[in-house]
Design a binder for this molecule. Structure first.
Ligand code: FES
Length: 174
């Protein structure tokens, strides 16, 4: 296990990170994206200590890693809720009602999206159980609007189905 300012990385994760770095023998810096994906997949988000850990691994200044994190909206700097909902906002889904779906999900969970931004795309419910984020095309345009809850895919989720969708996960939570 490796520590970086109280940030602990399990040995298996570090071994995987080391393996991925070897894929870029010419320039370790190219491993920034794969390492960030590994970290986010494991921890759910990329914290400041995680940025420093990746930077140390790749002999980079932390600001160089942070630039990558803030450039790609797919990287999260805040912990998501237990159930993270990604709502597609690309054309078919937008026309099918994905913005209305997002509004309804926020209304039902008490989520305030007013502070979201390009570099901070997620918002979390006060209870911490749910979080939301807009996503780009999830490759199921014919069944718009679509969303994902963690790794589960849901099709044709219009805003009138939002309550049932959430209920499914509230029940899972008990
Ligand atoms: S536009 Fe939403 S899945 Fe393609």
């Amino acid at each position: 296990m490796s520590d970086c300012e109280n940030f602990s990385v399990p040995a298996e994760l570090e071994a995987e990170a080391d393996k991925r770095i070897t894929h870029y023998p010419e320039n370790k810096r190219s491993a920034v994206l794969p390492l960030l994906h590994l970290i986010q997949h494991h921890f759910g988000f990329i914290s400041e200590p995680a940025v420093k850990w990746v930077a140390a691994k790749l002999d980079l200044e932390p600001i160089k890693v942070l630039e990558v994190v803030t450039f790609y909206p797919g990287f999260r700097q805040e912990a998501p809720g237990k159930f993270h909902i990604r709502v597609c906002r690309t054309l078919s889904c937008a026309m099918g009602g994905s913005y209305e779906l997002m509004d309804k999900l926020c209304e039902l969970t008490g989520i305030d999206r007013s502070k979201t931004s390009h570099s901070n795309p997620i918002a979390v419910s006060p209870c911490g159980n749910f979080s939301v984020e807009f996503a780009e095309c999830l490759a199921s345009c014919g069944t718009a609007p679509v969303c994902m809850v963690n790794d589960d895919f849901h099709e044709a989720i219009t805003d009138d189905k939002a309550a049932d969708l959430l209920k499914q996960y509230k029940n899972d939570n008990q």
